[in-house]
Design a protein around this ligand. Structure first.
Ligand SMILES: NC(=O)c1ccc[n+]([C@@H]2O[C@H](COP(=O)([O-])OP(=O)(O)OC[C@H]3O[C@@H](n4cnc5c(N)ncnc54)[C@H](OP(=O)(O)O)[C@@H]3O)[C@@H](O)[C@H]2O)c1
Length: 310
């Protein structure tokens, strides 16, 4: 079987094509492309060509399938479009890098008041109990996220572009430092004891609920499975599609009620905006996948992320 590998503009990438035996799979083709171009499989996006001007999305080749399945009756020749996705990192590496920053940077502001002295605050620093609780709460949150990354989540995609590491780290590391700077500031004024208790109470409850949501999501996929989406059910998922984001937002709200800084609320607004956009896309995907047609279940009526508004 001859595979003609072309770029999206139609230029032939490997002159003379690639010759593989008739039983070859997409994974075999990927291995051959790797050998010839040095572009490893996770940075290769292989699709079938689409007619010029067509609005249809191209079919992405599944590495487990045989090439014959895509040859449309013509088992001798197949044209495949190749796109280089650029350097990749595993999802675990991406999440680990973005969460490690806030986990390490926040305590620096708590344990090294010399930062504030250097910035001109000369008075003696008194540590309020809420600042210590905030440190524990913060570190617990990011340690939980790292542990969930390695031991709970079952990601559908193996890798993400390397550029996302820089973008995501910039987001998490900057916000982490910005909030830590104000919560640990020598001029920080705590709110009332009652408000602190209510804030951390809501926060801890939501962190535990968030963990439980992640366990429910994990159980939607088999360990040996290859991604795919199911209707999440049980606990808060019976009411809201992205219950994991809802609990994430409320746990930050709890942290902010207890610590009350502008920086913390700015982060809450930005994170809510980002997660709402993702939640809308995830809700749409589930409604499209589970449309009630041809024997498929119909996606139940649910809020997207923040009942009773969205
Ligand atoms: N503070 C912030 O700014 C912020 C922002 C984002 C996330 N977070 C936190 O980080 C956590 C993880 O974020 P995330 O965006 O990776 O969460 P996510 O995509 O909603 O879900 C976590 C895991 O569950 C899988 N999953 C989701 N829906 C599924 C379904 N219907 N069927 C089968 N599997 C499903 C996902 O698979 P896929 O690999 O296919 O996606 C992913 O591996 C969040 O829950 C939240 O606590 C915080």
């Amino acid at each position: 079987m001859k595979i003609t590998l072309v770029s999206r503009s139609g230029r032939e990438i490997i002159k003379g094509g690639i010759h593989l035996n008739d039983s070859a799979t997409v994974a075999d083709l990927q291995a051959e492309i790797h050998r010839r171009t040095k572009k490893y499989p996770s940075r290769q996006r292989l699709t079938l060509p689409v007619q010029p001007g067509s609005k249809e999305k191209p079919v992405v080749l599944n590495y487990k399938k045989s090439l014959k399945e895509y040859a449309d009756g013509n088992s001798e020749n197949l044209t495949v479009v190749f796109k280089d996705l650029g350097p990749q990192v595993s999802y675990r590496t991406l999440f680990f890098c973005e969460y490690l920053g806030p986990l390490l940077l926040y305590p620096v502001f708590y344990y090294f008041p010399v930062i504030y002295e250097y910035l001109g605050y000369k008075g003696e620093r008194v540590i309020h109990p809420v600042q210590t609780y905030a440190l524990y709460y913060w570190c617990f949150h990011y340690a939980k996220r790292i542990l969930e990354t390695f031991f709970v989540h079952r990601f559908s995609h193996a890798t993400s572009p390397l550029s996302n590491v820089f973008r995501n780290c910039a987001y998490y590391w900057t916000f982490g430092s910005y909030i830590a700077y104000y919560v640990n500031h020598p001029l920080y004024t705590p709110v009332s004891d009652l408000q602190i208790k209510i804030g951390f109470g809501i926060g801890i409850l939501c962190q535990v609920s968030n963990f439980y949501c992640h366990i429910i999501l994990r159980n939607l996929r088999k360990p040996e499975g290859n991604g795919g989406y199911q209707i999440p059910r049980g606990f808060l998922f019976n009411i809201v599609t992205c219950a994991n984001y809802t609990t994430e937002i409320y746990q930050w709200l709890g942290f902010n009620i207890a610590t009350q800084t502008v920086a913390g609320y700015v982060f809450l607004v930005v994170a809510t905006f980002i997660m709402s956009n993702w939640a809308i896309a995830k809700h749409r995907r589930l409604k499209k996948l589970f449309d009630g047609k041809e024997g498929r279940p119909r996606y139940p009526r649910r809020w997207i992320i923040l009942p009773p508004f969205l």
